[in-house]
Design a protein around this ligand. Structure first.
Ligand code: AP5
Length: 219
C-alpha cells in the first residue's frame, strides 16, 4: 500500500506511523526524521534544513522533493510506503503524483489525523524522542518507565528544538496556510480518509487500521 499521513504538528503522525507501517509491512518514510538525522550528522542538507526547522518554517520544496525522490527509489519502497510529513504543500503533492505516475503506480490513500490546536499544544510541549531509535514518548500521556530513558533500547530521550511555545505557534500557522490545503486537494481526488485522532494511542491506531482495511488490496 502507498499511503500518506497528514495532520497538524503533534497530531500523532509519527506515533501512528510506527504502528501503521509495521501493520502494513511497508517502510515509514518521515521527512522530519530524515532532516533531523542530517542535522545530527552535520551534513550540508542538515545545516540548511536546521535554519528553517528552528523557526518552524518549511524547508524549501526543491530541497525536500529531491530528498524524497531519492528515498523513493530505494529497494524497500518499491512494494509500498507510508509517507509521514510529505507532501506538505500542494506543489509537493503535484510532484509526488508525477513521480508515481512515471513509475506507473498511484497513491492508495491519504489518512488525515484530526485533532484540535489546544490538544496538539499539550502533546508537543510534553513530547520526548529517543536519540537512538526515534521512538516517541510523552511525559504525561505515554511516559517511559524511567524519566529520560527509552524503554525500548535505553537511549537518551530529548526534547526537540522546535517544540518551544513560539515555534509551535508558527508551525500551526504554517500548517494552516501551506499544508491544510492538501486536505481539499486529496478529497477532490477521492483519496482522503479522516479519522478522529484524540483519545488513547491504541484507540487511534485501531481506528486507522479499521479505516485502511477496505483499501488493503493491490494496484
Ligand atoms: P515533522 O517532524 O514532520 O514535524 P510535524 O509535522 O510538525 O509533526 P510532529 O513530528 O511535530 O508531530 P506528529 O504529528 O508526528 O506527532 P507525534 O506522533 O510526534 O517536521 C519537522 C520540520 O521538518 C518541519 O517543521 C519542517 O521544517 C521540516 N519538514 C518536514 N517535512 C517537510 C516537508 N515535507 N516540506 C518542508 N519541510 C519539512 O506526537 C506528538 C506527541 O503527542 C508525542 O509526545 C506523542 O507521545 C503524543 N501523542 C501522540 N498520540 C497521542 C494520543 N493519542 N494521545 C496523547 N498523546 C499522544
Amino acid at each position: 500500500m502507498r499511503l500518506v499521513l497528514v495532520g497538524p504538528p503533534g497530531a500523532g503522525k509519527g506515533t501512528q506511523a510506527q504502528f501503521i507501517a509495521e501493520h502494513l509491512q511497508v517502510p515509514k518514510i518521515s521527512t522530519g526524521d530524515i532532516f533531523r538525522a542530517n542535522v545530527g550528522q552535520g551534513t550540508e542538507l542538515g545545516l540548511l534544513a536546521k535554519t528553517f526547522m528552528d523557526r518552524g518554517d518549511l524547508v524549501p520544496d526543491d530541497v525536500t522533493i529531491e530528498m524524497v525522490r531519492n528515498r523513493l527509489t530505494e529497494d524497500d519502497a518499491q512494494g509500498g510506503f507510508l509517507l509521514d510529513g510529505f507532501p506538505r504543500t500542494v506543489p509537493q503533492a503535484e510532484v509526488l503524483d508525477s513521480m508515481l505516475a512515471e513509475s506507473g503506480v498511484k497513491l492508495h490513500v491519504v489518512l488525515e489525523l484530526v485533532v484540535e490546536d489546544d490538544e496538539v499544544i499539550r502533546r508537543l510541549s510534553g513530547r520526548r524522542t529517543c536519540r537512538t531509535c526515534n521512538h516517541i514518548w510523552h511525559i504525561d500521556f505515554d511516559p517511559p518507565s524511567v524519566e529520560g530513558v527509552c524503554d525500548l533500547d535505553g537511549g537518551e530521550l530529548y526534547q526537540r528544538d522546535d517544540d518551544q511555545a513560539e515555534t509551535i505557534a508558527n508551525r500551526l500557522k504554517v500548517y494552516a496556510n501551506e499544508t491544510a490545503p492538501l486536505v481539499g486537494y486529496y478529497a477532490s481526488r477521492g483519496l482522503l480518509v479522516g479519522i478522529d485522532a484524540t483519545g488513547p494511542v491504541d484507540d487511534v491506531t485501531q481506528r486507522a487500521i479499521d479505516a485502511l482495511r477496505p483499501l488493503q488490496h493491490g494496484d
